[in-house]
Ligand binder design. Structure first.
Ligand code: CTP
Ligand code: MG
Length: 380
């Protein structure tokens, strides 16, 4: 079979009742962003051409906002996971479809690709792991049978299938409720093929699963780089590195326009393998109008802290024709060190002009670059 297009369905239409957050558990924060955001990010790989996310009616607005930056399609789910997948399958146009629980943010690219490969070769690829505990059957609290542990697996997601087959299987499923897609496939098509999953690929189910979370596997270890530019506009003063400087103009921005802190936040997030500040502090958020960037920096510090990271050193370069920054550099360093709880000596800020060249030189904007290193918190 020639595979031209691969689709993915991410199931997010549940209520998350067992997690007891009084809202869908996938909207709960994990390292500063909703759980669903982290799961979706894993599917932004070139091998996947189309992603369809199921959402309940009540969460449609919030889930659509999370999906928008990724360009993923959102469809209304049903009362059970089985019904949600059935509805999502109607929108799938790929030759192979991966079905994944939004509640499993720790899935890896390797697992996703292995499931796809298995579906290409064998028609299905279902992520599962072996048991480490002894497995028994019991009735009324009494053990009735012992299972051969080597024959027993715990089934996870993703699960990949030839789209035509899984659509056909679901079309035969009627109103029956299944806990996963391999059960539907197994009943109506063929025994599904197992692909090795991972102990880390947990399904966040109960509140405690959110408390004992471990860092999202990080890609950009330890070194981070960030840049920001804001245009000059009418006004009296600019805020740079948390310090207000009178200069007869302002910087156009949704927040306080502190390019220094914005570049720094991007560098810190990037060092931890996370996305940029636009994701964490969107322009569309009215609560951030005129916001003090130091408060946003404190939030980034806390996100990194939760991942057991702390900044080791910071190097910032500001490009501005005006105002003269040298008299303010020590104050900026003090302001940043206070927010980040780090020694001032680890923060370097240099400033320069652009010799009247380009937008900086013509006084049309101010630009800042930041490079950082992160280290893991000792005894963390
Ligand atoms: N799901 C879905 N449609 C439903 C029910 C569940 O798309 N009608 C999704 C959930 O959002 C979740 C995945 O299927 O990502 C696995 O379900 P589960 O872990 O049981 O999540 P919830 O049903 O939300 O949680 P609970 O059972 O505790 O209410
Ligand atoms: Mg459920």
């Amino acid at each position: 079979m020639e595979v031209k297009k691969i689709s993915a369905i991410i199931c997010a239409a549940g209520k998350g009742e067992r997690a007891q957050f009084n809202k869908n558990k996938l909207l709960a924060p994990l390292f500063g962003a909703p759980v669903l955001y982290h799961t979706l990010e894993k599917f932004t790989i070139k091998e996947i051409d189309e992603v369809i996310v199921t959402s309940s009616k009540v969460d449609l607005k919030e889930i659509s906002a999370i999906c928008a930056p990724f360009g993923f399609k959102v469809v209304e789910g049903g009362a059970t996971r089985t019904q949600s997948v059935k509805r999502a399958l109607e929108h799938v146009t790929g030759d192979i479809v991966l079905i994944h629980d939004g509640a499993r943010p720790y899935v890896t690219k390797e697992i996703i690709l292995n499931c796809i490969d298995s579906a290409k070769k064998f028609g299905s690829g279902v992520c599962a792991i072996r048991l480490t505990d002894t497995a028994v059957c019991a009735e009324l609290g009494l053990v009735t049978d012992r299972l051969n542990r080597d024959d027993v697996y715990r089934v996870q997601t993703p699960q990949a299938f030839i789209t035509e087959d899984i659509k056909y299987a679901y079309s035969l499923s009627g109103n029956e409720v299944f806990t996963d897609d391999s059960a539907v496939y197994g009943k109506f098509i063929a025994p599904p093929r197992i692909v090795e999953g991972s102990e880390d690929n947990v399904k966040l189910t109960f509140k405690r699963d959110f408390e004992s979370t471990y860092p999202i596997p990080i890609s950009g270890k330890f070194i981070g780089f960030g840049v920001d530019v804001h245009a000059v506009c009418e006004g009296n003063c600019v805020t740079l590195g948390g310090i207000k400087i009178d200069c007869g103009f302002a910087l156009a921005a949704h927040s306080d326009g502190d390019v220094v802190i914005h570049a720094l936040m991007d560098a810190l997030l990037s060092a931890a393998g996370l996305r940029d500040i636009g994701v964490y502090f969107p322009d569309s958020d009215p609560s951030l109008s005129g916001a003090d960037s130091r408060a946003m920096l404190a939030k980034v510090r806390d996100i990194l802290g939760a991942m057991k990271f702390e900044p080791k050193n910071i190097s910032i370069s500001v490009q501005a024709e005006k105002p003269k920054l040298a008299p303010h550099i020590e104050d900026m360093k003090t302001a940043l060190s206070k927010v980040l709880h780090m020694d001032k000596s680890r923060i370097a800020i240099s400033a320069g002009t652009s010799e009247k060249l380009g937008f900086v030189g013509q006084c049309l904007g101010i630009c800042a670059y930041a490079a950082v290193t992160l280290c893991e918190v000792e005894n963390g």
